[in-house]
Ligand binder design. Structure first.
Ligand SMILES: Cc1cc2nc3c(=O)[nH]c(=O)nc-3n(C[C@H](O)[C@H](O)[C@H](O)COP(=O)(O)OP(=O)(O)OC[C@H]3O[C@@H](n4cnc5c(N)ncnc54)[C@H](O)[C@@H]3O)c2cc1C
Length: 440
């Protein structure tokens, strides 16, 4: 039996393992950490809180994956109708803001509508970056007030530095009629690309991976440090070296590429150009069960340190002790555009202060638990360097027959389901390699 190696035990790694398992192959999954799950890992704290590594919900529309994840938790999941809102300068606005202008001051409302009407009379020239796309889609006032501000916080750089090939359904383009209706009435229909979502009743998001664990040999605390494509060996920081016949990797490309024996300099340079945000996820437990009636909220103001706020207790009540709530705040940085300027734990104080300032934590609430998690890789930044650099890196990996998958192997803005599917696809590629080498 040829040796199938998978690097990384997140959604992509398990997707690859699942596909190989279907062919009667038991791959080895190498993971640097002492637990599996990657970004979908969940942690249970002594104080009674269960926290994911950043807020995670499953909103896949893929029926096969829905069934697989449901079977993994033996049908024990919560199904919720997503409630989403926005906070801007003291106003709570339904989501998406462009369809719910009834929540903003009148002068701003009028200015946004006039601008959008004007914009629609204009010829749109060639769109070269995200800022131009936003101005053309929403008019200047809305673009400058909401998404351009949000972009600086979430993607850590200005919209003019981003391409448009990641947008897809993520940013809703409302018609003038929808905008006007939403300005005069509070009954705008929901148009978010996430409507319903699922979440395990017990154990946090990682429970969705439970049934896949038996489909591979999982080797934890195996941090790859060298991949030799000629000798077909993997060397790990714990001193172990193993040979492989076929390999799929979900390790972030800027980390993987320099580990490869004989990699050309231009490929290393291209990998260095791939930008990604990092995130400090601060979770705050309070002794009141209902501080916010939303599964998540977007925060636009530059002087609020977090960009998104989620409520793990509304994903599953089992995530918090009875009578409590948890607020999970995401603060974004990036090496390339906005380096982290403090220790991750320093973010806790800032987040708690801002939660009090916006009124989500009230003076009478007691903060009973806080923690900060630092995720070095969060969202791929689709800056103008990405496409060319990625072509070079992916081309090289294809040459040396290292299949890539997952958010940081594809280097794309993909969700858990898409990461799983990309793992399955990478497995198919290595099965093809295996077929070719067996017949030659
Ligand atoms: C804050 C945040 C919130 C999100 N919310 C959602 C959501 O609500 N719903 C959703 O569908 N998606 C969400 N996502 C996206 C989702 O997390 C990813 O799409 C998915 O988890 C990526 O899985 P992956 O296997 O590709 O990568 P990862 O989960 O990062 O897995 C890669 C694995 O490789 C391991 N690794 C790295 N280097 C080495 C090495 N040298 N040697 C060995 N192992 C190594 C890592 O430890 C990790 O386990 C969110 C992402 C973030 C950042």
């Amino acid at each position: 039996m040829p040796k199938f190696a998978i690097l990384g035990s997140g959604m992509a790694g398990f997707g690859a393992a699942h596909r190989l398992h279907a062919e009667g192959i038991r791959p080895t999954l190498y993971e640097m950490k002492s637990h599996h799950g990657g970004h979908t890992a969940s942690h249970r704290f002594a104080e009674g809180f269960v926290l994911d590594e950043g807020p995670h919900i499953s909103f896949t529309k893929n029926e096969r994956l829905k069934d697989l994840f449901a079977e993994s938790v033996e049908q024990e999941y919560e199904e919720s109708q997503a409630r989403v809102n926005n906070y801007w300068r003291g106003h709570w606005i339904d989501h998406p803001a462009q369809c719910n202008l009834h929540g903003v001051p009148d002068d701003l409302k009028v200015q946004i509508i006039c601008d959008l009407a004007k914009q629609q009379q204009k010829e749109t020239g060639e769109i070269e970056n995200y800022e131009q796309w936003l101005r053309a889609s929403f008019g200047d006032t809305f673009a400058e007030t909401f998404p351009m501000e949000y972009t600086k916080k979430y993607h850590t750089t200005a919209a003019c530095n981003l391409s448009t090939d990641w947008i897809g359904p993520r940013v809703y383009q409302a018609s003038l009629e929808e905008v006007v209706r939403g300005a005069v009435s509070a009954n705008a229909p929901g148009v978010h690309y996430i409507t319903q979502f699922r979440y395990p009743k017990q154990g946090g998001f990682v429970s969705f991976l439970k049934s896949f664990l038996e489909q591979a040999d999982l080797k934890l605390e195996h941090k790859l440090k060298r991949l030799d494509p000629r000798l077909k060996t993997l060397t790990f920081e714990n001193g172990v070296t193993e040979s492989y016949e076929h390999v799929a990797s979900s390790i972030p490309l800027p980390e993987l590429v320099p580990m490869i024996e004989g990699v050309p300099r231009e490929v290393v340079e291209a990998a260095q150009k791939l930008a990604c945000s990092e995130v400090v996820v601060v979770s705050v437990g309070i002794d009141r069960p209902d501080p916010l009636d939303a599964h998540w909220s977007y925060f636009y103001d530059a002087d609020i340190c977090f960009t998104r706020l989620s409520t793990p207790h509304l994903q599953s009540r089992e995530n918090v002790p009875a009578g409590h709530a948890c607020l999970m705040a995401e603060c974004y940085y990036s090496d390339k555009y906005r380096p982290l300027d403090c220790q991750p734990s320093d973010c806790i104080e800032r987040v708690v202060a801002d939660l009090r300032r916006v009124g989500v934590i009230r003076p009478e609430d007691n903060v009973v638990f806080t923690t900060a998690m630092h995720l070095k890789y969060a969202n791929v930044i689709f800056d103008l360097d990405r496409a060319k650099a990625l072509e070079i890196v992916h081309g090289f990996l294809e040459e040396i027959k290292v299949a890539y998958c997952g958010r940081y192997g594809m280097w794309a803005y993909i969700w858990t389901d898409q990461s799983f599917l990309s793992g399955e696809k990478a497995a198919e590629q290595i099965l093809q390699h295996a077929g070719t080498s067996a017949s030659s």
